[in-house]
Design a binder for this molecule. Structure first.
Ligand SMILES: [Zn+2]
Length: 448
């Protein structure tokens, strides 16, 4: 296998590790729907589930494999025959199947959880990878709790599974214990010690118990890892996994420090985050990097002044680059049909006038109940009314977004004749407060 040293493989485990977090379970239809969005986002690998764990997980892996042919579809398996066979069965329809086998390697797990010796662990790892290779050409192996494993023994296990045919070696910080310098030196050490490691992809899988999942993942990349395992909104066991959007944007914004590329369409980051929030009902914290509600809000006067003179004074990336629509305009009960339509287009949905009427009627009822109608509320409402049938193709979304952004700026100029752009309109200011919108107000009041 030839490995492109500048390419970072984005392995999304929102549907597996992410789904394991409390309150984040998804049914088969929801998983297939999110998988289609992950495909639009451009992830390289979708880990769709753990087929032996339940019939639901098995069905989800099958459904995702059928729904999205482009990415590699991974299924998780313990290092056991039944698990691996079940994973292989669930992947039967996948164009590019990957079996992901894991086995703990730390003494604490070997002694207290698995009750096996290091020797037995080594043999089991080797045999299970061989078995997985008999079903799939693409096999990933994870030594669970790698960061608390004796590094010498870890190197031995990794050597053995590469000999047995593993094509990706994932180094999981299962308990979120490592720190960036230590994790980087662990990866370097493996690259120095393990025969054949240059022929496989090294992967990082970090948990956020100390808030270091993204920092540790980036340290691993700098040390030679070429796959990162992560989740949308950073959901996952306990404090979560490394957040996909943060890793991708750190690589992109700081390309001077990380001269690597991903295939992610960053404009799809926010729509993907919103879809996950809508499906799980778990809100994203407002100050979450990249996709949080406040990530691009500038309220302090001095910041606004600087932003007016040049956005680069306080903004290291544009909201548009991560697909955040004009987040400074909040939809409320006073918003007009035009603002609603604009926001729908920004979110990737186009409606003809009559169709919009129906959305608008429901929107007004909702806006009466809650103060601010957020994007995920709106997405839910659209889906309840029309499903996915009005989703625009991605290329169209791009051009609609560009014109929507321009229109937003136009709107801003109307609201602030002194030249303040929409970027700086007060957050709670209804979009439709300008007198120019009077006729539009009348236009939509008929339905209320
Ligand atoms: Zn994990």
């Amino acid at each position: 296998m030839t490995i492109d040293g500048s390419r970072i493989t984005i392995f999304d485990t929102t549907l597996r590790d992410g789904e394991q977090s409390p309150g984040c379970s998804m049914n088969v239809q929801e998983k297939a729907r999110l998988a289609r969005q992950l495909d639009r986002l451009g992830v390289d690998v979708i880990e769709a589930g753990f087929p032996i764990a339940s019939d639901g997980d098995f069905a989800a892996v099958e459904a995702v494999a059928a729904a999205v042919p482009r990415p590699i579809i991974a299924a998780l398996a313990r290092a056991a025959r039944n698990d691996i066979e079940r994973a292989a069965q669930a992947l039967h329809a996948a164009v590019r199947p990957r079996i992901h086998v894991f086995l703990a390697t730390s003494d604490i797990h070997l002694q207290h959880k698995l009750r096996i010796t290091r020797r037995q662990c080594l043999e089991q790892a080797r045999a299970s990878v061989r078995l997985a290779r008999s079903f799939a050409a693409d096999v990933e192996f994870s030594p669970e709790d790698a960061t608390r494993t004796d590094p010498e023994f870890l190197a031995e296990v990794v050597t053995a599974v590469i000999e047995a045919g593993a094509t990706t070696i994932n180094i999981p910080d299962t308990v979120g214990y490592t720190v960036p310098l230590e994790f980087a030196s662990l990866i370097r050490r493996l690259r120095e010690r393990v025969r054949g490691i240059d022929n496989v992809i090294i992967s990082a899988h970090c948990h956020n118990d100390l808030g270091l999942a993204v920092a540790n993942s980036l340290a691993a990349v700098a040390a030679g890892a070429r796959q990162v395992e992560c989740t949308i909104n950073g959901i996952g066991e306990r404090a979560g996994n490394a957040s996909l959007e943060e890793i991708v944007m750190a690589l992109r914004v700081r390309a001077d420090q990380y001269p690597y590329i991903t295939e992610i369409s960053t404009e799809q980051l926010y729509p993907t985050s919103q879809m996950l929030e809508e499906i799980t009902g778990i809100p994203v914290q407002p100050n979450k990097a990249i996709i949080g509600r406040n990530a691009f809000a500038h309220e302090a006067g001095i910041h606004q002044d600087g932003m007016l003179k040049n956005p680069l004074t306080y903004e290291i990336m544009t909201p548009q680059s991560v697909g955040v629509p004009d987040s400074k305009l909040v939809l409320g009960k006073h918003s007009g049909r035009h603002a609603l339509s604009l926001r729908c287009e920004q979110l990737g949905y186009h409606f003809e006038r009559r169709e919009l009427d129906e959305i608008y009627r429901k929107f007004v009822v909702l806006a009466d109940q809650i103060k601010h109608v957020l994007d995920h509320h709106l997405l839910e409402l659209i889906r309840e009314t029309y499903g996915e049938s009005h989703r625009m193709p991605p290329s169209r979304v791009e051009s609609e977004r560009a014109s929507a952004v321009a229109a937003g700026a136009e709107e801003g100029r109307k609201l602030f004749p002194t030249g303040v752009s929409s970027e700086f309109s007060a957050v709670s200011l209804p979009v439709n407060s300008g007198s120019e919108h009077h006729s539009e107000q009348e236009d939509y009041l008929w339905g209320v």
